[in-house]
Design a protein around this ligand. Structure first.
Ligand SMILES: [Fe+2]
Length: 276
């Protein structure tokens, strides 16, 4: 069934159409209030925090590595970009239709540590300290590491729906990490619903996983359409270059509509809590 998802991002109304079967959740709180991966942080009530992640040199090395991966994906799909002087922010000028974009993201959505000439373990260490629990980049259920580049063209539907990663069993006990790479600012940065990890599921109207289609794309994560107290009010914490946004997988996030004129690129990591 086609429905309109209406929400506010930093007070500005935004809406998009989504196709799916929606239902109200069960009477339960999925977020474990004790001994969860963010319980030692000062931001456990909000569900998200901004942490220092890179020195300027490290950030520039990471950005170069991201750029190389995207250029490689473009070339692999036969899309030509200048050998030098290609800016990630101009991506949409080279990828002019959805079909080409979907081909590129089919590669960049499933990367592993080895795709980057940047030491991801450095981040594992830093973020373990930030949350006070040992983390790892190894995802046991997938038997690999997992890194996703998000490429979001201006004024496009290159967004995933508002969702919680924690609905998928593989992401129940992780820290979500969102890193701004290019074109990230107050008009493009990832929105979150502050404190939403503490909401009972019966307050939430959503689809199943793989149950929502936006602009012809089916998403792995369920789409949260609305809540008992009305439409979602989201904010963009907007971490700066060199910082990262950390959040619990039970925090509602997504709908990162790009209201700028540049392509936005971000990096998503998911670090499970180390067992034993
Ligand atoms: Fe997510």
């Amino acid at each position: 069934m086609l429905k309109k998802c209406n929400l506010n991002i930093d007070g500005i109304p935004y809406g998009f159409e989504v196709e799916g079967d929606f239902f109200w959740g069960e009477d339960q709180l999925l977020f474990q209030t004790e001994n969860n991966v963010i319980s030692k942080t000062t931001w456990k009530q909000e569900g998200f925090g901004i942490v220092e992640a890179f020195t300027p040199q490290e950030f520039s090395a990471l950005r170069n590595s991201v750029e190389k991966n995207i250029i490689k994906a473009l070339q692999h799909q036969g899309i030509h970009v200048p050998e030098s002087g290609f800016n990630l922010e101009d991506y949409h000028q080279f990828v002019n239709d959805d079909a080409d974009h979907f081909k590129v993201i089919s590669i960049t959505r499933n990367l592993v540590n080895e795709d980057f000439d940047f030491d991801i373990e450095l981040l594992v260490d830093r973020f373990s300290k930030a949350v006070g629990y040992p983390l790892t980049s190894w995802v046991e259920e997938l038997q690999r590491t997992h890194i996703q580049l998000r490429i979001n063209r201006p004024h496009s539907l290159d967004i995933n729906p508002p969702h919680k990663d924690g609905y998928l069993s593989v992401w129940e006990d992780i820290v979500n990490v969102w890193i701004p790479i290019a074109g990230c600012n107050e008009n493009t940065s990832l929105p979150v619903a502050s404190g939403s990890h503490l909401w009972n599921e019966k307050e939430i109207y959503r689809t199943q996983g793989k149950g929502a289609k936006i602009n012809g794309n089916v998403y792995n994560v369920p789409c949260i359409l609305t809540t008992k107290s009305g439409q979602l009010n989201m904010i963009r914490p907007n971490p700066k270059e060199g910082e990262a946004l950390l959040f619990t997988p039970f925090l509602i996030h997504g709908a990162a509509v790009n209201l700028s004129d540049q392509t936005r690129v971000s990096m998503e990591l998911r670090f499970p809590r180390k067992k034993g």
